[in-house]
Design a protein around this ligand. Structure first.
Ligand code: FAD
Ligand code: DHB
Length: 400
């Protein structure tokens, strides 16, 4: 088999890149480990930046998003029993959209189907070779048959546990990582959201968040031990903990049937550079952020847009400039978002503070610093404007 761009991984980064390339007349093949149904059903992120929405609209993926997605003009920050609204709209005239990652994937799959270029699902034994040559190759198996896919480029958009990043030799990359001592328990429930805008809450017992997917489906998260077993969390226990951590006087959290629940550990990760020879990494395969800033999906979309520009330049006039700039350009964005995501995470989660050195005063010191931090933030329009600028999204396609 031959193509122009071989794309390993059919998540948002891979499927969007393939879509953008097709619109520019560049041929690509997406290889996906999982089957179609699994890929559609996988529940993940839900917030799209302003620029990501504009991009999706420009490339013909905005129709259902405009119909079923929800525009959000701000978020709520809750601490010390008080709920504070941060209006992105009033502060900087921007908004974000709540539209599930699953829905973005569905729209992409539909566009590929309509164009007759669906991904190859349920592939296995994927191997990337010859990436320092002009004809890199991806070996894979599908339906018991072995294939060799040759292209001008290979894109590794195969997520955090993919095979592409490990093919870059250790001496040609540097990796950075930070683990957090907690994870998120996430649920989807058949119940009308109890809030119009998202609530991010720092509570003495830990972080909680109220998000949503539609007028009938709520998405909620709880900070938990990353090693905890989901079997320890009955539906009653989850609702009771959400009631405690999200509750304020005069407000009730509606309960409903939970139809999806899972625990995800949290960490930050970056692999630099995002290119080796003819292999380019995009999305989670190169960088992970903790979900508090709602950025993982948006970074994957930005990478696809950057890489599409670089590849289009090369196919149009043979220019290597865009390809050379891809990794530094993406990483500049990534490190700014690493900062934002870690800032939001540290501000809003409860860290276990033991009585270090036997001093009982050490307990709860950081928690009270965080309360002070949130108080400073919510009493300053300038500070809130900064949050609003980054939350709604750094400019998507400028080259700074
Ligand atoms: P992925 O979506 O991971 O796609 C990679 C694809 O490659 C997958 O379909 C995978 O099956 C496939 N693949 C893997 N290995 C191979 C291989 N060898 N060959 C072929 N295909 C392969 N972000 C948020 O902002 N908010 C959230 O609430 C949130 N929740 C998350 C929950 C979970 C459990 C996870 C894992 C991530 C979550 N994220 C969240 C992050 C966000 O979903 C990701 O940043 C986003 O999916 C990145 O897109 P991607 O295309 O780079 O990678
Ligand atoms: C959602 C996920 C996030 O990580 C976040 O910060 C906000 C919303 C969500 O799944 O809706």
């Amino acid at each position: 088999l031959t193509t122009q761009v071989a794309i390993v991984g059919g998540g948002p980064a891979g499927q969007l890149l393939s879509h953008l390339l097709r619109l520019s007349g560049i041929d690509s093949v997406v290889l996906e480990l999982r089957d179609r149904d699994y890929t559609i059903q996988r529940v993940r992120a839900g917030v799209l930046e302003h620029g990501a929405v504009e991009l999706l609209r420009e490339v013909g993926l905005g129709e259902r998003l405009d119909r079923e997605g929800q525009e959000h003009h701000g978020i709520n920050l809750q601490f010390d029993g008080e709920r504070h609204n941060v209006s992105f709209h009033d502060l900087i005239g921007r908004s974000v959209w709540v539209y599930g990652q699953q829905e973005v994937i569905k729209d992409l799959m539909q566009a590929h189907d309509a164009a007759g270029t669906p991904a190859r699902y349920s592939v296995s034994d994927v191997r990337v070779e010859d990436i320092l040559s002009d004809t890199p190759v991806v070996y894979f198996t599908q339906d018991g048959q072995d294939y060799e896919l040759r292209g001008d480029f290979v894109v590794g958009s195969d997520g955090a546990h993919g095979v592409c990043r490990p093919t870059i030799p250790a001496e040609h990359k540097k990796t950075y990582r930070r683990d957090y001592p907690f994870g998120w328990l996430g649920i989807l429930a058949h119940v009308r959201p109890s809030t119009e805008e998202l609530i991010y809450s720092l509570h003495e017992r830990g972080f909680a968040m109220h998000s949503m997917r539609s007028e009938k489906v709520s998405r909620l998260y709880l900070q938990v031990d990353p090693h905890d077993d989901i079997a320890n969390w009955s539906d009653e226990r989850i609702w009771s903990e959400l009631d405690t951590r999200l509750g304020i006087p005069g407000w009730t959290l509606h309960h409903g049937e939970i139809f999806d629940k899972s625990i995800t550990p949290m960490h930050s990760f970056v692999s630099d550079p995002m290119r080796y020879g003819r292999l380019f990494l995009a999305g989670d395969s190169a960088h992970i952020v903790p979900p508090t800033g709602a950025k993982g999906l948006n970074l994957a979309i930005a990478d696809a847009a950057y890489l599409h520009e670089a590849l289009t330049d090369w196919y149009r006039d043979g220019s290597e400039t865009g390809l050379d700039e891809y990794s530094p350009r993406s990483l500049r964005r990534v490190w700014q978002i690493q900062h934002f995501s870690s800032w939001m995470t540290r501000m809003l989660h409860r860290f276990d503070e033991s009585a270090e050195g036997g001093h009982p005063e050490n307990v709860d010191y950081d928690y009270h610093v965080q309360l002070g931090q949130l108080r400073l933030l919510t009493s300053s329009e300038r500070a809130m404007s900064h949050l609003a600028e980054v939350y709604t999204g750094l400019p998507m396609l400028t080259r700074q």
